[in-house]
Design a protein around this ligand. Structure first.
Ligand code: RFL
Ligand code: PHB
Length: 391
């Protein structure tokens, strides 16, 4: 098999890259370890930055999003049992908070690629990368039926997430990593909306987040012990804990409902420098991950592949490889900004085991500042709705 760009991973990074390349007339093949059904059912991100919404719309994959997504003008910060509205749209010249599940974005991208005759191979195994420094790098892999295949290409894009193998092929990389001493327990629940906006809560028992998917399905998160398993969290305990953390002095009511999905994820900050080696480029969670508190991961993955698609388009259409040479630099400035913002939101809203009274006072002071000072709120809003892709 041969293609121009071999892409490992059919997550947001890999599929959006394949879509953007196709618009430039550049061929790609996507190799994915999981089944199509698994990809289209895995529950992850919810919040899209304004420029990502615009990009999906401008490139022909935004119709369902525009019909089905939820658009909010702001978010709520809740602490000291009080609610505080952050007017994102008002503070950023009209940029909104868009809630549209990651797997819905993936369904739209998969449908578009397949309708245009694109190739996505699901259920592949054992990808091995070779010849990364030569003009024709290759990937050996095993098809679903066990047969060995080799995909020759001009370039390889490693879009295989935090646990994927691509990153390990970059020698002399420097990895920056912080594990946080808590996890996020996420649930999907059949219930009416509890609030008009996403609610980020700082509470002495731990962080809680109320998000949404549709008018009838809600997405809620609780800060939990990272070593907890789901056995420790029967439905009643989840509801009792959520209720305690999000209660307000004016009597906020949290409607309960049937919980039909639960999982616990670990929380980390991670950056790999550099993001390229010879003809291998890594993008998205393969190169960096953020705690979900800033809602940045999918959006960062999208920004990486916009830069990569531009670099590849310059190479194929103009014979100019300067953009590709500078791929890592064009991504890292935005990556570190988002890493810092995600750490900032996480630190402001979560409780750490080592926290003492003074740490709680520092958190309260920061929260009071963000809701009382317009410049502080504007800084939070600018980061949350997303800096321009070329930032
Ligand atoms: P993904 O989504 O992990 O996709 C990688 C794909 O590569 C495949 N793969 C392989 N394929 C072939 N061979 C191999 N050896 C392979 N190894 C792996 C995998 O099966 C997978 O299909 O990475 P990508 O594309 O970089 O996308 C990153 C995003 O998924 C991630 O950053 C976001 O989900 C983060 N995130 C959020 N981001 C936002 O922008 N807004 C949010 O509101 C938001 N909320 C969240 C989140 C992540 C969360 N979790 C699950 C940590 C909320 C949560 C709870
Ligand atoms: C979600 O809806 O899944 C979601 C919303 C906001 C976040 C993280 C996740 O910060």
């Amino acid at each position: 098999m041969r293609t121009q760009v071999a892409i490992i991973g059919a997550g947001p990074a890999g599929l959006l890259l394949s879509h953007l390349l196709a618009l430039e007339g550049i061929e790609s093949v996507v190799l994915e370890r999981k089944s199509r059904q698994a990809i289209e059912e895995t529950i992850k991100a919810g919040v899209l930055e304004q420029w990502v919404v615009d990009l999906l719309q401008d490139t022909g994959v935004g119709d369902r999003l525009m019909r089905e997504a939820t658009f909010h003008d702001g978010i709520e910060l809740r602490f000291g049992r009080r609610r505080h509205h952050i007017d994102m749209a008002g503070l950023t010249g009209g940029k909104k908070v868009t809630i549209y599940a990651q797997h819905e974005v993936l369904k739209d991208l998969i449908a578009a690629r397949l309708a245009q005759g694109g190739t996505i191979l699901f259920n592949v195994r054992d990808v091995r990368l070779d010849n990364l420094q030569g003009p024709s790098p290759s990937i050996a892999f095993r098809l679903e039926d066990g047969r060995e295949e080799i995909l020759q290409s001009d370039f390889i894009a490693g879009c295989d997430g935090y646990h994927g193998p691509s990153r390990s092929y970059i020698p002399n990389r420097k990895e920056y990593l912080r594990h946080y001493p808590f996890g996020w327990l996420g649930i999907l629940v059949e219930a009416p909306r509890a609030a008009d906006e996403l609610v980020y809560t700082n509470h002495e028992r731990g962080f809680a987040l109320l998000s949404t998917r549709t008018t009838d399905i809600q997405r809620y998160y609780l800060q939990v012990d990272p070593h907890d398993d789901l056995e420790a969290w029967p439905d009643d305990r989840i509801w009792d804990e959520l209720e305690r953390r999000v209660e307000t002095e004016d009597g906020f009511f949290l409607p309960r409902g049937r919980i039909f999905q639960k999982n616990i994820v670990s929380v980390r900050s991670f950056v790999c420098e550099t993001m390229q080696y010879g003809r291998l480029f890594i993008a998205g969670d393969a190169a960096h991950t953020v705690p979900p508190t800033g809602a940045k991961g999918l959006n960062l993955a999208a920004a990486d592949v916009v830069h990569l698609a531009r670099g590849l388009a310059r190479y194929y259409l103009r014979g100019d490889d300067q953009w590709l040479d500078h791929y890592t630099d064009s991504c890292l400035r935005r990556v570190w900004r988002a890493e810092h913002f995600s750490w900032f939101m996480t630190s402001m809203l979560h409780q750490l085991p080592e926290h003492t009274d003074i740490d709680r006072k520092f958190q309260q002071a920061q929260l009071e500042y963000v809701v009382a000072s317009e410049p502080a709120a504007q800084s939070l809003a600018e980061n949350y709705v997303g800096l321009p892709v070329d930032w």
